[in-house]
Design a protein around this ligand. Structure first.
Ligand SMILES: C=C(O[C@H]1C=CC=C(C(=O)O)[C@@H]1O)C(=O)O
Length: 365
């Protein structure tokens, strides 16, 4: 009888404002749905001598993600620089995306959904294989306030710099920092400030944002006492202005760990929509290709149950010489298909500028 094949080790790396570390281990239950993998990883952490679990819940938690248990290790310096490459044009892509946004708007009009986050992807081809750690380094350098991540998945390695904290647990204290409602940054400082100021009072964007905060507050309710939430504030990344709101809460039961919180909140209407099930169905029907880790939740947890999970956005799936970058935008009543396309283009700049080694605002202008 053949021995069952041991899956090769996988690595999840974090490059944050303060630390850069990784876990490398044989994946937990590699073929199981992510929800099952997460539970198995938590049990393995509790019962074994490992000190941390790290992983990625895909957008759809019923498909396999990556969960590892191990120890924090220092990440060696990347071995290679990024190779030259080019964006592969897809002539009909713009029209297909704007038509899909128009379709979502009709579904909103008919009452089928209130909000849907529709995404698209672009392909970048390089002359030699991309070292995902080198791309992570570059992203982390250009986006110092974001959480850099690099996670080996069954379909490639997802690399990104997320500006959005899904949840952090420190003892009984919980923090979530949802972002929704966006405009691109401008190269001219005066125009840039004006764009941010317009976003801060945009009724459409404030509505799009409020839906996300309300969903998080509602889903946290059974698990934690949520503190009164203030108005949204402007958050800037090198490529985008966003509306962001801090949601703070105090756990009702100290047995609730960071993974419980991530599973309760994910996927928020910042990457899915409302009502959640109907929005996910619209995404399944209208989006081209798989999300492939994009719009998942990536993070870690220690033996005390403390940890942090980020929304896996501003990222790309690296597979040899092919890099597929994804970005989406929240569609609500009043959204404009052309503006939504421009917004996803601007969001894609985070990864494409790192690949092209250019200033974020100049790529894809
Ligand atoms: C879904 C993405 O962004 C989310 C986070 C911030 C703002 C968003 C928006 O304005 O649509 C999205 O909800 C993405 O970058 O692919």
């Amino acid at each position: 009888m053949r021995e069952p094949r041991t899956p090769p080790p996988r690595t999840v790396t974090f490059a944050g404002p303060r630390a850069r570390w990784s876990v490398t281990a044989t994946p937990v239950d590699p073929g199981a749905p992510a929800r099952v993998q997460a539970g198995a990883a938590r049990n393995a952490l509790r019962d074994g001598d490992r000190t941390v679990l790290a992983g990625l819940l895909p957008f759809d938690v019923d498909v396999a993600g990556t969960f590892l248990t191990g120890h924090r290790e220092r990440v060696p310096e990347p071995r290679a620089d990024l190779p030259a490459g080019r964006l592969v044009e897809d002539p009909g892509a713009r029209d297909r995306y704007t038509s899909a946004v128009a379709d979502v708007l009709r579904r909103i009009d008919s009452g089928e959904v209130d909000k849907v986050v529709l995404s698209r992807s672009v392909r970048f081809e390089t002359t030699t294989p991309v070292d995902p750690q080198a791309l992570l380094d570059r992203l982390a350098a250009v986006n110092p306030a974001a959480q850099g991540f690099c996670a080996d998945l069954p379909v490639g390695t997802l690399v990104g710099a997320s500006p959005e904290l899904l949840c952090r647990r420190s003892g009984r204290e919980v923090l979530s920092h949802p972002l929704a409602g966006s405009v691109p940054r401008q190269a001219d400082p005066v125009l840039d400030e004006e764009a941010g100021a317009r976003l801060a009072v945009s009724a459409k964007d404030l509505r799009e944002h409020a839906v996300v905060v309300a969903d998080i507050v509602e889903r946290l309710g059974p698990l934690a006492v949520v503190a009164p939430v203030g108005p949204p504030r402007l958050v800037r990344t090198p490529a985008m202005w966003h509306l962001g709101t801090e949601v703070r809460a105090h756990l009702r039961d100290e047995a609730t760990d960071s993974l419980d919180l991530a599973l309760a909140l994910h996927p928020t209407p910042a990457v899915c929509g409302t009502p959640r099930r109907a929005a996910a169905e619209v995404i399944r029907r209208l989006e081209e290709g798989e999300r492939g880790g994009y719009a998942g939740a990536v993070g870690f947890q220690d033996r005390a149950g403390d940890g942090a999970w980020w929304v896996a956005i501003r990222c790309a799936l690296v597979d040899g010489r092919t890099v597929r970058a994804h970005a989406g935008g929240g569609i609500v009543a009043g959204s404009d298909p052309a503006a939504e396309h421009a917004e996803t283009t601007a969001k894609l700049r985070t990864v494409l500028a790192a690949l092209a080694r250019e200033r974020t605002t100049e790529v894809l202008a």
